[in-house]
Design a protein around this ligand. Structure first.
Ligand code: HEC
Length: 113
């Protein structure tokens, strides 16, 4: 077989292109720091757990399953949390932007910390 190297190369170029296209819409978030995620977890316990469940395991209410939140949609996360969405309250007056970033770090762990 002689093709795989070329196929892998083509795939890599395609992936790089896809990432650039995504970046135009939203900033790719860096990997969450464990410390920030821990802060987010504490905030989550205080403000979000009642509706979104312990460790983001959705209790079967109508709230969104945060483990399924797309990891590349940082802007959507910040917007929904800051301004609220449908029956989800807005948090922009309660949480500081840094705290929303900490929550984002926690959400990106998928509740595994
Ligand atoms: C009073 C209950 C309640 C609380 C408290 C709550 N949420 Fe929600 N949340 C919801 C509901 C209900 C939805 C589904 C909204 C919809 O799509 O109709 C939701 C949706 C979301 C979404 C998905 C929004 C989207 O773009 O689809 C995110 C992200 C989210 N919540 C984060 C949080 C965070 C972070 C906190 C804590 C600061 C929090 N929520 C606290 C009820 C709540």
């Amino acid at each position: 077989m002689r093709t795989p190297a070329l196929v892998v190369l083509a795939w890599g170029v395609w992936l790089a292109g896809a990432q650039v296209a995504g970046a135009a819409d939203d900033q790719p978030s860096p990997a969450p720091s464990p410390q920030l995620a821990a802060e987010g977890k504490a905030l989550y316990g205080q403000f979000c757990r009642n509706c979104h469940g312990v460790n983001m395991v959705n209790p079967g209410t109508s709230s969104f399953d945060l483990r399924k939140f797309p990891p590349d949609e940082h802007a959507r996360f910040v917007n929904s949390v800051t301004h609220g969405k449908n029956t989800m309250p807005a948090w922009g007056d309660i949480l500081k932007p840094e705290e929303i970033e900490a929550l984002w770090a926690y959400v990106r762990t998928g509740g595994k910390t």
